[in-house]
Ligand binder design. Structure first.
Ligand code: FBP
Length: 560
């Protein structure tokens, strides 16, 4: 028998909470329709591409005193993209809802992400199987992957697999790109009269799949708490040894929500926010000046130590870098099949091929970077055409450039301190942590609610659970049409329909909290030490969600 840790044993027993509307099961529900919806941008193009699923209303569920019977359904579920704490609970919630609606229902899990449905690789879930994964982190129950579902051939293969298993609905648990896949598949299934429904669930630690209907994606709560614990520990170490500057890059491929939330929980000396860098058109040189200035001033106060938090996606938001990377993405798409590039034997040859193809200004920017970063920028794109920022060591780039700047200042007699830096990257540490109580409850509710959407015959919807800063029984369950969140963006050099990413709003209350405090935090050590995620104890400690969600919700409620 597999040996379990004491915490594993305790967490398996945790019973996640549900919104009161879902507590009597999906057979005692009433669906309330909102008004018809439009996509966030590019309405005509999105409408034309999603002729069958566009414009549907949002829906919410209310518990009903009448009990309906539910026809037998087989459902397939896919975990897609990067891991996020709570994914197993989405599947557990879906399974429990499906079995409580009709014990003859079956849930299949497709293995290894979207490729599982294409290749027909699956498992059938049983009580025993699901029970071993309740309230655990990770996606290892069936694995995940980043295959992009978009071609006719992939859709045909998926249909054949669904027909073989008599599956009438597919649930895709994923972020913006994966739910774009869900929208495409939903549209194709309707267009081809297959009768198969598709429902998405909002996953990503990055926290950038959100809008008025989706308050937060799952995993953000646990991941930010995990990073905040680690940053707090490093702050204690820095404040004890007083000899290192710690440069901490934090995951979040594009938006800086994770870095911002972790910073609000820990109050480090420097926090960069990519969206601000872009808005203020800050060059790499001006970022170096900003950070160097704080380092010098702290040194003048006798403090040759500190903490800098850097969002993972920063490099793409620095205007000259963003332009160069976008040019580079298009070039890389065309070089994928270029034998000269593919067969180049040295990295120098690859640099030369790329530099010759880049526009003049972009070539200069590329050329100005250290070889380490130039090489990392050439790494394979993800299947959606994005540069893999987790592989670019921006924290090291900043350390190197700041060191050089400080040496210059030393030569000019303007700096006499000592700069010794440590670099860190916190990403994978948080993606598979035991879900917080919040994520355990939220995920279970999202999965349970996904089956309610299926039971009402909906397709092309994202499972939505709102009112999240209130106790779980007051959460509002429902669904949002996926097309409502879409716009057209360039991917792999072509315009494609995609779900719009929610970036940090510089006019929002969350960024303002940082802005109002950062000068104080820079010079005076206001470090907070959040410690490990709490599962037991006063609800203000163990059930409280992120500062981001609390500030955003209190602003929304104030404006009602
Ligand atoms: P998702 O958007 O798929 O949830 O993934 C987010 C993320 O964790 C990013 O924060 C990170 O840049 C990326 O995945 C890393 O991807 P990989 O797991 O392929 O290294």
């Amino acid at each position: 028998m597999t040996k379990l840790s004491p915490l594993q044993i305790e967490r398996l027993k945790y019973q996640p909470k549900l919104p009161s509307s879902l507590q009597n099961g999906v057979n005692s529900l009433e669906m309330v329709e909102g008004s018809a919806t439009e996509s966030v941008r590019d309405r005509e193009q999105i409408k034309a591409l999603f002729a069958n699923t566009y414009g549907k209303p949002t829906v919410t569920f209310k518990s009903s005193s009448s009990v309906s019977t539910s026809e037998v359904r087989n459902v397939g579920v896919i975990l897609s993209g990067g891991q996020a704490p709570g994914g197993h609970n989405v599947i557990a919630g879906l399974y429990d809802a499906l079995k409580s609606a009709n014990s003859a229902n079956k849930l299949y899990g497709f293995l290894g992400g979207p490729s599982g449905i294409i290749d027909g690789k699956y498992v059938e879930f049983t009580d025993e199987f699901i029970d071993a994964y309740r309230n655990t982190g990770g996606f290892d129950i069936i694995g995940s992957g980043r295959t992009k579902l978009e071609t006719e051939e992939q859709f045909q293969k998926s249909l054949a697999v669904c027909k073989k298993l008599n599956i009438s609905a597919v649930v895709i648990i994923g972020g913006d790109d994966s739910n774009t896949n869900a929208a495409l598949l939903a549209e194709w299934f309707v267009k081809n009269n297959t009768g198969i429904q598709v429902i998405g669930c909002p996953k990503t630690i990055d926290g950038d799949l959100k809008n008025e209907q989706i308050e937060i994606s799952f995993g953000f709560d646990t991941a930010t708490k995990t990073y905040a614990e680690l940053i707090g520990n490093i702050q204690r170490d820095a404040n004890s040894a007083k000899k290192y500057w710690h440069f901490i890059k934090i995951m979040g491929r594009s938006a800086s929500h994770v870095a911002l939330e972790a910073a609000l929980q820990t109050q480090p000396n420097i926090t960069l926010i990519s969206e601000e860098v872009q808005e203020k058109k800050m060059s790499l040189a001006s970022i170096i000046d900003y950070m160097t200035d704080i380092i010098v001033k702290r040194s003048d106060m006798g403090k040759n130590f500190g903490i800098a938090v850097i969002p993972e996606g920063l490099i793409e938001f620095i205007p000259e870098m963003g332009s160069m990377i976008s040019n580079l993405n298009d070039i890389m798409a065309s070089l994928e099949s270029d034998p000269n590039f593919v067969n180049a034997t040295t990295i120098r040859e690859k640099f030369d091929i790329v530099e010759n193809r880049l526009d003049t200004e972009n070539a200069k920017v590329y050329n100005s970077l250290p070889a380490l970063i130039k090489g990392q920028l050439l790494a394979d794109r993800d299947p959606h055409g994005n540069v893999q920022v987790s592989k670019i060591e921006t924290e090291k780039l900043l350390i190197e450039m700041i060191s050089t700047r400080l040496d210059e200042l030393k030569d000019q007699g303007e700096y006499i301190g000592k700069f010794s830096a440590q670099s860190h990257f916190f990403g994978y540490e948080g993606r598979c942590a035991f879900p917080s109580n919040f994520d355990a409850d939220y995920c279970y509710s999202l999965g349970y609610n996904a089956f309610a959407l299926i039971n009402f015959g909906l397709t092309g919807y994202l499972s939505s659970v709102r009112n999240l800063t209130q106790p779980a029984d007051q959460w509002i369950a429902g669904g949002v049409p996926l097309t409502m969140m879409m716009n057209m963006e360039k991917r792999h050099g072509e315009m494609k329909p995609v779900i719009q990413k929610a970036l940090v709003r510089l006019d929002g209350p969350v960024f303002k909290q940082l802005q109002d405090n950062r000068d104080d935090w820079a010079m005076n050590d206001r470090y907070l030490f959040p410690g490990a995620i709490q599962y037991f104890g006063p609800s203000s400690v163990c059930d409280i969600t992120t500062i981001t969600l609390q500030l955003e919700r209190s602003k929304e409620l104030a404006s009602v």
